[in-house]
Design a protein around this ligand. Sequence first.
Ligand code: G3H
Ligand code: ZN
Length: 289
Amino acid sequence: MNYLEIRKRYNQASTEGYAIGAFNFSTVELANAIFLAAVKLKSPVLMCTSSGEMEHVGPEVARGIVNGLNRVHPDVAILHLDHGKKFEHIVAAIDAGYDSVHCDGSALPYKENVRLTKKCVQYAHKHGKWIEGELGHVGGSSTLHKDQSYSDVEMIMTEPDEARRFVQETGVNSLAINIGNVHGVWNGIPHIDFKRLKEIQKATRIPLVLHGGSGIPMGQIKKALSFGIDKININTEIRVAYSESIRNSLKDKNMFIPTSYMPLAVKAVQKVVETKIKMFGSTNKLRKL
Ligand code: G3H
Ligand code: ZN
């Protein structure tokens, strides 16, 4: 999908008050599950691989999988690199034909983040690709953190004025922010700072991205949608549904055949993705480009 078509997708989400779900995959079953949910609910989606997931699947293979799926139902999925922390990750994804990339320099000091992001923006725009930046670090990791709560995670929140400068200096098309969101599922619930979100939205006027979508309750998601969040990332809940299903199936020692137990895992993940699509309000939002 090209840059202008992606812009159209974000504009539509922004004017109609919903968010496009960004779902991670690292196996063909996960990709299938995400796509099946999107097609069933007639929703656009971003199908993402982190740089580690991209390395595991292979960037060309990831491109091939999403091409194959989009061939059956055109224009459903945007293939997106999630958390590319190095210039080489951005280059690998773009050279393999990814539609969109996330340059994540958020762990770096401001100036270095700007330097890396600018370089990535130049490469992305030269190749006609959409690029997301990140300012204010979203901490945690996409797994279950059963023994710790959200307040245990160090927060580096996004500052609205700095976000304005960052967008001007780098030229990113969308921005991932920290407003209390955390990667992974922890005890309790996260506390999203909506006042900050409103200020960042006013300062940047570009599509804003909420990472760490797993575990954020419905009420806070709905509010985030009305305050300018246009994309929400989900990984942990997908990973949990997938691994729990397979673990359960393989308890049966006679279970040897992937085509017997994998469809159950696909169903479990599809259910998670459908729930999120409904939460994000993108059901029936798939339009011809
Ligand atoms: O980049 C991926 C997402 O931010 C996933 O966050 O694992 O909390 O769903 P999550
Ligand atoms: Zn993330």
